[in-house]
Design a protein around this ligand. Structure first.
Ligand code: JDH
Length: 246
């Protein structure tokens, strides 16, 4: 999988050189390149923004540097068969990024991320880019950030960890939170008695059926309390099976 990230703050993406993603890059499982948008400007001040048409506060990112940066990444013939690369554009106005979308993107060969700043990128860039990219405005969630870099750190990690060989134990990807539409169950480790707080007895029982039931009930209980919106999508049968203890 090839990732390209374009930003005016390339150093913001340095954490992607660490830990699992960093190792995946060293092992050649992931090719990730960060590009400085200002390298695609040609004026003395390396200008990337200007005032908004129609007035309003703040500045808007100029289209030309983005067009030149995206053209520099235009897919070669080797990827034509795979279809156009996906251009992910973090935005407060994007579709909300989910585990399902992470899995979708993990099946792609080439992802390009455009990190906007200021009040956003001139909209014509997204329209123009659609000639060579499948453009996907994407939001990390319903809150306001100052730019796209934090979102790209999260999205790249969520996608890259799904790629073969990146996470040491692939089994840990199976019981993922949100994978089955529920929040994950609580986890515990030694000591079993910690400051007079005990690990739930069932987890020490060795009875795998009871442990599985306990974990499922905890998933349902937590989801019902913290994310009732997810519960609505569950079957009645599933809910009846659980002892929610609410
Ligand atoms: C007059 N009003 C008109 C509405 N705007 C809305 C607005 C526009 C840009 C920004 C800052 N920004 C610039 C690029 C960029 C990318 C992603 C995100 C982002 N925020 N939240 C997420 N989940 C994000 C993601 N992913 C924010 C970004 C903030 C707020 C304000 C001014």
């Amino acid at each position: 999988m090839r990732f390209d990230v374009i930003s005016i703050f390339p150093e913001y993406l340095a954490p992607l050189e660490l830990s699992l993603i960093g190792k995946a890059r060293q092992d050649g499982l992931v090719q990730l390149t960060v590009h400085d948008l200002r390298d695609f400007t040609h004026d003395r001040h390396r200008t990337v923004d200007d005032t908004p048409y129609g007035g309003g506060a703040g500045m808007v990112m100029k289209p030309e540097p983005w067009a030149q940066a995206l053209e520099s990444l235009k897919p070669g013939t080797e990827t034509l068969e795979a279809g156009q690369p996906v251009l992910v554009v973090p935005s407060p106005a994007g579709e909300v990024f989910t585990q399902a979308i992470a899995e979708e993107l993990a099946a792609e060969e080439h992802l390009v991320f455009a990190c906007g700043r200021y009040e956003g990128i001139d909209e014509r860039v997204l329209e123009w880019a659609a000639q060579n990219y499948r453009v996907r405005p994407m939001s990390l969630g319903d809150y306001v950030l100052n730019g796209g870099e934090v979102a790209v750190l999260a999205m790249v990690e969520a996608v890259a960890r799904l790629l073969p060989g990146v996470v040491g134990n692939p089994e840990s990807l199976i019981e993922e939170s949100h994978q089955d539409g529920l929040l994950e169950y609580p986890v515990y480790t030694k000591p079993s008695d910690w400051r007079d707080n005990q690990v739930p007895e069932v987890l020490l029982s060795g009875n795998h059926a009871k442990i599985a039931r306990f974990r499922r009930d905890e998933q349902l209980r937590r989801t019902a309390v913290r994310r009732p919106d997810l519960i609505a999508q569950l079957s009645v049968a599933e809910l009846n099976k659980a002892d929610l203890g609410l």
